[in-house]
Design a protein around this ligand. Structure first.
Ligand code: ADP
Ligand code: MG
Length: 980
């Protein structure tokens, strides 16, 4: 009821919105009529005039205002341009085509919505490609670039060729980013007024520009003013879980998957044997009418192997299913906790299919590591540390050593447990040809929503390697992240973002809450006359597929084309085999070869065509009906399973009945489908099956059942939304850090005077270090000047002696200022006689190098932190809070380390060390101290000593175990080197 009211209100709000835009549409059309009398050149001249006017406006807000004012006329120019092109030949992807489009009114409405930075929901076939030309043209006039983002390279090329004709005609340039282009070429594409490309190309260019390029010339993008994301739901929602990552080989490799694989394999076998025995027992009990006991036994199988065949078979039988559900329900009561625990412990491991988790039990641990019950338990570090701390027999150093030993032991333990749990997941939850395929000795992820193979992407956290170990293919080296961003965060960079898709309505809340994007549903050009039939519900998958094949046979007989949607590659192949047996010619698409698939999908509307396709294969290509097809009812869309998300189902249905065509859609569902097993109200379904007395081969159909399926879908959608939200919350932390670091990096690249930055760093980092080193020592409460001297002399060529410095007589702040000035002076001196251009380059390089090296280390640390906080979740702490707190700490530390690294390299990487030394030897002896008010000219210090031991290139860097150069007699690592 509440929903219904909400819908009424929302619906009418949407209608009001559309109604408000109608007058603008009329105005556009009026102006367009007037424009018809202009010459082509006069029309084109408008573009140049507007560009000129806008180039004089600096403020983006003011530009936006101007754009709003000229919108009706600018849209009219685009529409009129389209009209002038009608009949003209256009080469699209190498194929000749004839331009035949002039914007419909609803397309003008869509264009306005896109200009406003909202999502336009427009059904498939409504011509979104053409709609985008209106706001792209308008926004490109501002001269800051306008981007159109598509889902694959093929579509980017097709749309930029096609729409580029119109832009060029109107006097704008249009470029296209493709995967294999070199940087120079890319820069030219970005320099165009309008640029088409895929989300990952745009995102990777961003990462390369900001995280790797070392000069402006190597950067290709030029800002983020306006982007329209085509198929926006697919990009902002489906892809939300896999970030873009640029990685290189890792320097450390720690996995032991190959070592544990045989063990885990045996463990899984053991469990299978156990479950087989249980199944036999349970079967016997059921036969003897002992349902309650049998139910318990099968529930145990469910805990250990949720996809066990005997279990799935038992679930088909209403009576047995009820017994199993009852056993499960009874176990979840509070009083049953011990019994549930005992049940779990009778297995080797337990699987939670819904949560995607696998847990070892005591039995399993004993099997993997006989006689060592602690091998898979994380030690209690806190207690151990406390014991060490209170042990009077240990010296401080021994305590430290003991602690780091305990810590290392704990890390190894955690690593082993992690490897094994990932292997278990790989074996029990990841099925070949469903979640992944094996190709050319590689494990390739299959996107669960689209069925698309995601070449090059890897599961994180060792899972990918675990699956590689399972499949016996080469286990790829662990890679280290060099740069990463989620697609969402990339799009948040744009000043104005808009999107278009056929299916946004079910995700209105998510778009609004996370991206601040409103959705406006645009009416279709012609009324949609598609018939959506009720779902047909079967007991088993087998019966379902038989029915689907029969239905296809019928349609094929009357020459009605059928598009069959599946949720996995495996299902597509199963269906294909069944059709082959029936001798029904058909085509299978797995969303792999975009170009070929586009051609095949385009033919899917011909009489008698049967096309099997995973969800998104051939997306973006519309299906035109062949001759005679309208008479037999248009395209028939059959879904072989309800998808986890209603949106994907809507997408499939939407592939027929475009532009007022007839069409028909129906979903086939079985109780064995994952969605039904995991999220359908099991109890209710079982009752229903009994009530209707379902028999072999029979099906159910009722609007009420559709509702019940949709309830299950909403539940999953909600859960998935929460998961995406969570991922984003974690990513937000990284995002803020990335902004700071990339900002600093770009400042370094852009500045003509990197020395200013270097001096700022000196002014910040030197006092910080002085404060740190002079903090009253715990032992005697006095500042440690020796350490300070050691640090100064090993970092800068100042050759300061205790006598020359007289630190005891100064306040800490004074000392800091004094050192800062010394360092600056000597730096100025160093660079004075070098090639100034080379110095600028070198200075920039010193900073960039420090940022890049430490930032990459930091990314690695952040990854580990993310893993670590999940382990802590057991300790009732919120992982996100923990993550935020610690991430902040290590980030502050990172910034300090970057600055220190710059200091360390200032004098080490001189472009002309020799020149510097010669210069020094020619100077008056007291050069460095001559302006120092605190100190008279020092007789002892010769120029040579001024440089002393302190100028060193990387080769003769002191080793950690060498005696400290400060003369303390301690090792370098436990003296001045301890913070370096
Ligand atoms: P969508 O992306 O909305 O599914 P497309 O942009 O792929 O739709 O366009 C679908 C088809 O409609 C294309 O063949 C296109 O040529 C055609 N089309 C779009 N707009 C018009 C128009 N105004 N007049 C005639 N044909 C159009
Ligand atoms: Mg499209």
């Amino acid at each position: 009821m509440v929903n219904w009211i909400l819908k009424k209100i929302l619906g009418s709000k949407n209608q009001r919105e559309i109604r408000r835009l109608r007058p603008i549409v009329e105005k556009i059309n009026e102006i367009e009529v007037q424009l018809q009398s202009l010459s082509d050149d006069a029309l084109r001249a408008k573009t140049a005039q507007w560009k000129e006017a806008l180039s004089k406006i600096e403020d983006p807000e003011a530009q936006e205002k101007y754009l709003n004012e000229i919108l009706p006329e600018a849209f009219a120019v685009v529409k009129n341009g389209a009209r002038r092109l009608v009949g003209r030949e256009v080469i699209v992807n190498g194929q000749p085509n004839t331009w035949n489009m002039v914007h419909f009114d609803v397309q003008l409405i869509g264009g306005i919505v896109l200009h406003q930075g909202k999502i336009a929901e427009m059904a498939t076939g409504e011509g979104k490609t053409l709609v985008a030309t209106l706001p792209l043209y308008l926004n490109a006039l501002a001269g800051r670039g306008a981007h159109l983002v598509t889902v694959n390279d093929y579509l980017a090329k097709r749309d930029s060729d096609w729409m580029g004709t119109l832009f060029n005609f109107l006097g704008l340039t249009c470029g296209c980013i493709q995967h294999d282009q070199p940087p120079d070429f890319r820069r030219e594409q970005y320099a165009c007024d309008i640029t088409y490309g895929t989300n990952s190309e745009f995102g990777f260019d961003y990462l390369r520009d900001n995280g790797m390029a070392t000069s402006r010339e190597l950067q290709v993008q030029r800002g983020y003013a306006y982007a329209i994301v085509d198929e926006v739901d697919s990009i902002l929602i489906d892809e939300a879980r896999t970030p873009l990552i640029i990685s290189g080989p890792s320097t450390v490799s720690s996995h032991q998957f190959d070592k544990f694989k045989p063990l885990v394999e045996q463990l899984v076998k053991k469990q299978t044997i156990l479950c087989n025995q249980l199944a036999a027992e349970g079967e016997e009990l059921f036969k003897n009418g002992k349902n309650e006991e049998a139910g318990k036994i099968f529930f145990r199988i469910k805990l250990g192997q949720p996809r066990h065949k005997a279990l799935l078979r038992a679930m088909e039988d209403p009576e047995r299913r009820r017994a199993i559900d009852k056993a499960e329900l009874s176990m979840h009561g509070d009083s049953q906790k011990t019994e549930l625990f005992a049940l779990k412990e009778s297995l080797y491991f337990t699987i939670d299919e819904r949560a995607h988790e696998a847990d070892l039990t005591e039995l399993g641990r004993e099997f993997l590591s006989p006689g060592d019950p602690d091998a898979f338990v994380l030690p209690d570090l806190i207690t151990q540390f406390a014991e060490i701390d209170t042990n009077p027999e240990l010296t401080e150093e021994q305590k430290l050593a003991a602690k780091s030993d305990r810590q290392a032991h704990c890390d190894a333990q955690a690593q082993r447990m992690h490897n094994i749990s990932q292997l278990l997941r790989a074996y029990c939850l990841f099925e070949k040809d469903v979640q992944y395929v094996v190709e050319e000795n590689k494990v390739v992820i299959v996107d669960e929503f689209t069925g698309r193979k995601m070449a090059g992407r890897r599961w994180s956290d060792g899972l990918h390697q675990a699956v590689e170990a399972k499949e016996g293919v080469q286990i790829d080296k662990e890679t280290q992240t060099l740069a990463t961003i989620t697609i969402q965060n990339y799009f948040r960079l744009y000043r104005k973002l808009a999107g278009m898709t056929g299916t946004a309505e079910t995700e209105v809340n998510e778009f609004h809450d996370i991206y601040k994007l409103d959705v406006v549903v645009i009416p279709t050009n012609r009324p949609c006359i598609r018939k959506d039939l009720n779902d047909l519900i079967f007991k088993t998958r087998r019966e379902k597929y038989n029915a689907v094949v029969n239905e296809i046979k019928g349609a094929y007989g009357r020459k009605q084309p059928v598009l069959v949607g599946t949720v996995s590659v495996e299902a597509s192949e199963l269906l294909s085999r069944m059709l082959k047996r029936e001798k029904i010619p058909h085509t299978v698409l797995n969303a792999k070869y975009h170009a070929q698939e586009a051609e095949i999908v385009a033919r899917a509307g011909q009489a008698g065509a049967v096309t099997i396709s995973t969800n998104m294969a051939g997306r973006g290509t519309d299906i035109k009906l062949g001759p005679g097809v309208t008479e037999v009812g248009g395209l028939y869309v059959i879904g072989t399973e309800r998808h986890e998300s209603r949106r994907i189902d809507r997408q499939l249905r939407g592939r027929c009945s475009r532009q007022g065509d007839p069409g028909l859609s129906r979903f086939y569902v079985s109780f064995e489908d994952d969605l039904m097993r995991n999220f359908g109200a099991a109890e209710r379904m079982t009752k229903m099956m009994e009530r209707f007395g379902m028999k072999e081969g029979e099906e159910l159909e009722h609007p009420w059942l559709n509702k019940s399926v949709e309830t299950a879908q909403k539940r999953v959608e909600q859960r998935n939304y929460q998961m995406r939200r969570r991922t984003l919350e974690f990513d937000d932390v990284m995002n803020k850090q990335r902004e700071v670091v990339y900002g600093f990096r770009n400042e370094t690249i852009d500045t003509d005077e990197p020395r200013k930055l270097i001096f700022e760093i000196i002014e910040e980092a030197v006092p910080a270090k002085v404060n740190e080193l002079l903090a009253p020592d715990a032992n005697d409460g006095r500042p440690d000047y020796t350490a300070l001297l050691g640090w100064i002399n090993s970092t800068f060529p100042l050759g300061i002696t205790p006598e020359s410095a007289q630190f005891e007589k100064m306040e800490t702040e004074e000392i800091a200022n004094w050192v800062v000035e010394k360092v600056k002076d000597s730096y100025n001196l160093k660079v004075k006689h070098e090639d100034q251009n080379a110095v600028i380059g070198l200075e920039r390089y010193i900073i960039l190098n420090a940022i890049d090296r430490l930032w990459q280390e930091h990314l690695f640390a952040m990854d580990s932190l993310r893993e670590a906080v999940y382990l802590r979740a057991y300790g009732q702490k919120d992982p996100l809070v923990e993550y935020k707190t610690e991430a902040y700490e290590i980030f502050v530390d990172l910034m300090a380390r970057i600055k220190n690294e710059v200091l360390n390299n200032l004098f080490r990487s001189t472009s002309n060390l020799l020149a510097f030394e010669q210069l020094l030897s020619s100077l008056p002896q007291n050069f460095l101290s001559q302006e120092d008010p605190l100190e008279g000219p020092s007789a002892e210090s010769s120029p040579r000593e001024l440089v002393g031991v302190t100028i060193r290139s990387d080769e003769n860097k002191i080793g950690r175990n060498d005696p400290c150069p400060c003369g303390s007699g301690r090792k370098y690592k436990s003296c001045c080197g301890r913070t370096a």
